[in-house]
Design a protein around this ligand. Structure first.
Ligand code: NAI
Ligand code: MG
Length: 362
């Protein structure tokens, strides 16, 4: 961030990675919205757009250049659309771009709000926006997603496979601390997802550290559920949850469920955060590149725009973020929405409607 001498205008350098498919439609739409908002709040964005992704892979054999992380290291944040295209195996696109960014920049918190916005239908019966406002935190760099293990005696009757989970005290403590600190700015409750009845080493360790972190944050209330009961409760009674913290695998499942119950994959945002700010954090919608609708201009830009609001919050621009979310909710509430939400508007129409409402409000 740089400020002018009066401190009135702030400029943020944003590594901008539209990626593939509808990423190239929703990122430009979100940029228009954020530029308009910035104009109202003394914020200037320096969008450093990169053409990395599957086309780049087909040209060069890599998803991004060898020095990609160095190129982005001094930026204030990363704004990503989606990666993945037919013709490039998904493990290439994931392990060639998203995973290296998350791990090398130590973005160990994956934060996904599951909040029901006004004007968005939920598949759950009898649930209104007041009943669903959760923040799900997934541990993003260790846990069940390790590359430790192996396969022996392949193709014989003795074939065996081992896959290790890795849980470190430091890794668990830091993600739980983040959850408690976030809860202190919300309703003050933290739920831990566990499975210590079935998984007898790692999950009791997880529970032990949760109890310690709870004791260190006595102002918070806490709940703890086994993951099987927790997923049922997400559907039956989402209003009992505020902040939910989970391991990599459990969090992966919970966050997709959270996006589904909050209405549509097209609106769900996410943040990959390095809380110490030693590296840039990355903001991206939950959805993928949607090759089935790419190129038609009909993708829902709300997931990308909401991810932009999360980026603003991370940059310390909470007022601008709140104003943006009010404009998004007013737009959806007025029935201006894309087809995935049952509307008829296209990507550009939703973005223009949000900009109009930004200019009309404070
Ligand atoms: P997807 O999220 O791209 O699409 C699933 C369904 O939701 C499709 O019917 C799509 O049209 C719809 N959809 C998604 N976003 C939408 C939006 N903004 N507006 C309206 N409708 C929307 O998931 P899928 O089809 O499993 O994956 C497609 C590609 O995206 C694959 O290559 C996959 O690996 C990649 N992917 C990338 C992710 C990322 O970049 N973080 C996350 C998920 C998938
Ligand atoms: Mg997932």
């Amino acid at each position: 961030m740089t400020a002018d001498s009066t401190g009135e205008e702030r400029t943020y350098r944003i590594a901008t990675l539209p990626g593939d498919g509808i990423g190239n439609e929703v990122v430009p739409a979100a940029i228009d919205v954020l530029d308009a908002l910035g104009g109202l709040h003394g914020i200037r964005f320096d969008w450093r757009v990169r053409d990395w992704g599957c086309d780049y892979f087909l040209r060069t054999g890599r998803m991004m250049p060898e020095d990609a992380l160095e190129q982005m290291a001094a930026d204030d944040a990363i704004f990503l659309g989606a990666v993945g295209a037919p013709g490039v195996p998904d493990h290439e696109s994931l392990w060639g771009m998203l995973i290296p960014i998350r791990r090398e920049f130590d973005q160990y918190v994956n934060l996904r709000p599951a909040r029901l916005l006004a004007g968005v239908p939920t598949p759950l019966a009898g649930i209104s926006p007041a009943d669903m406002d959760m923040a799900v935190i997934r541990e993003n760099v260790e846990g069940e997603y390790s590359r430790i293990g192996g396969r022996l005696y392949a193709g014989t009757p003795h074939e065996l496979v081992v896959q290790e989970s890795v849980f470190t005290r430091r890794g668990i403590e830091r993600v739980m601390n983040y959850a408690f600190e976030l809860a202190a700015r919300r309703r003050g409750d933290v739920t831990s997802a566990t499975k210590s009845n079935g998984i007898v080493y790692t999950m009791p360790f997880w529970d032990e550290i949760f109890a310690e972190r709870a004791a260190a944050h006595p102002q918070a209330t806490t709940q703890q559920y086994h993951i099987d009961a927790l997923v049922a409760m997400f559907v039956l009674d989402p209003k009992r949850f505020d902040v939910v913290v989970a391991s990599n695998l459990f969090g992966d499942i919970l966050t997709d469920l959270g996006a589904a119950v909050a209405g549509s994959i097209g609106i769900a945002p996410s943040a990959n955060i390095n809380p110490e700010r030693e590296h840039p954090s990355m903001f991206e919608p939950v959805h993928g590149s949607a090759p089935d609708i790419a190129g038609q201009g009909i993708a829902n830009p709300v997931g990308q725009i909401w991810s932009g609001a999360m980026m603003l919050e991370h940059l310390g621009e909470a007022d601008a973020a709140a104003r943006l979310m009010r404009a998004v909710e007013d737009t959806l509430g007025a029935g201006i929405k894309t087809r995935d939400l049952g509307g008829t508007a296209n990507t550009a129409e939703v973005a223009s409607a949000v900009i109009e409402r930004l200019r009309a409000t404070h």
